[in-house]
Design a protein around this ligand. Structure first.
Ligand code: PAD
Ligand code: ZN
Ligand code: ZN
Length: 376
């Protein structure tokens, strides 16, 4: 029996307030309005950004359903939707691509004006939400909300992908892999034979390592306080790995020494801390080095640094979703995954049923997982 046009009752993982685990409850998901689609999640990955919502370090409105890295199938569409039809396999996009705003029209930009990544309003474009629990509205997260069996997204936040794409792997293209790989290739524009330093070797940082390698970097220094991450980093392309905990001096000085005082050509901060953002900047070449911020710092944080770090010529830039135009890039990356241009298996350390979402976050907190994928 078709569910189109009807309210769907389903399981979802809600965060009612920060610093509390997920509550798995039955919610109601309203049908999609015009230019929206209701999608059934097949698999969804756990990213550190979701944990920032759980910890409260990123300011948002509660109750909220996090999750933003998934593969889904379209259940029904609202009026005027042309890019997908029921039954299509899709990846929801935490960074929309409306195709009409100034950024979307600029070949360099990717931060579509329709994004909900600064204020995290957690509402659809019309200012309402499609989720409710016990009759009260529940906010969405980053235009997606994938920790639920069904979610509703705007068509600007949907990429149709190859129907044969494996959900448990392809979901990483919805965030972690594309963010890291794109940060190296597109935002950093890493060049052949260059040297790189990657601060943070989680799912996103390791994807930066993969991007640096694919771009032909000859030296890739992986940096993490958790040495358990080193073997995988080396397997994926890091030429050496160091832990800041093994040195008395600041880690940027260690990187400078490792590079004969030159600094690396490209550095990436993939942790989300202001001190490591400045350390990554100071680790790249004073004149032509490029340092890319990928990590999401707490909403309330501020950075202090010596202007000389920039004055001498370094470039400091940020990268959301790897600088990629999401709707254009995602279907192509899925095809590249399927043709084995890159493999994502090493990044997926755990696959758990959706009900075990809190266990998945514990693995992240303990530093035992790279990516945990939840299967619905
Ligand atoms: P993760 O927690 O899996 O990886 C972070 C890694 O950093 C871990 O291996 C830690 O051990 C390591 N680490 C922690 N503190 C330090 C330190 N002081 N020095 C060195 N290493 C340290 O996270 P992730 O890979 O899922 O995400 C990384 C960041 O990227 C996180 O802040 C997340 O919010 C952000 C992100 N940004 C975007 C974007 O579009 N810019 C997208 C997705 C994730
Ligand atoms: Zn993410
Ligand atoms: Zn746009």
């Amino acid at each position: 029996m078709s569910t189109a046009g009807k309210v769907i009752k389903c399981k979802a993982a809600i965060v009612f307030e920060p610093k509390k685990p997920f509550s798995i409850v039955e919610i109601e998901v309203a049908p999609p309005k015009a230019h929206e689609a209701r999608i059934k999640i097949l698999a969804t990955g756990i990213c550190r950004t979701d944990d920032h919502i759980l910890s409260g370090s990123i300011k948002t409105t509660y109750p909220v359903i996090p999750g933003h890295e998934a593969v889904a199938v379209v259940e029904s569409i609202g009026e005027g939707v042309t890019c997908v039809k029921p039954g299509d396999k899709v990846i929801p996009l935490f960074l929309p691509q409306c195709g009409k705003c100034r950024t979307c029209k600029n070949p360099e930009g990717n931060l579509c004006e329709k994004n909900d990544l600064y204020e995290f309003k957690g509402l659809m474009y019309d200012g309402t939400t499609r989720f409710s629990y016990k009759g009260k509205p529940v906010h969405n997260f980053a235009s997606t909300s994938t920790f639920t069996e069904y979610t509703v997204v705007h068509e600007d936040s949907l990429a149709k992908i190859d129907p044969a794409a494996p959900p448990e792997k392809a979901c990483l293209i919805g965030c972690g892999f594309s963010t890291g790989y794109g940060a190296a290739i597109r935002s950093g524009k890493v060049t052949p034979d260059s040297s790189c330093a990657v601060f943070g070797l989680g799912g996103v940082g390791l994807s930066v390592v993969m991007g640096c390698k694919a771009a032909g970097a000859s030296r890739i220094i992986g940096i993490d306080i958790n040495k358990d991450k080193f073997p995988m980093a080396k397997e994926l392309g890091a030429t050496e790995c160091i832990s800041p905990l093994d040195f008395k001096k600041p880690i940027n000085e260690v990187v400078l020494e490792m590079t004969e005082g030159e600094g690396v050509d490209y550095s990436f901060e993939v942790i989300g801390r202001t001190d490591t953002m400045v350390a990554a900047l100071a680790s790249c070449n004073m004149n032509y080095g490029v340092s890319v911020i990928v990590g999401a710092a707490p909403s309330a944080s501020e950075v202090t640094l010596s202007p000389t770090l920039i004055f001498t010529g370094r470039t400091w830039k940020g990268s959301v979703f790897g600088g990629l135009k999401s709707k254009d890039a995602v279907p192509k990356l899925v095809l590249e995954l399927m043709s084995k241009k890159f493999i994502l298996d090493p990044l997926i350390t755990h696959v758990l049923p959706f009900d075990k979402i809190n266990e998945g976050f514990e693995l992240l907190h303990k530093g035992e997982s790279i990516r945990t994928v939840l299967k619905m």
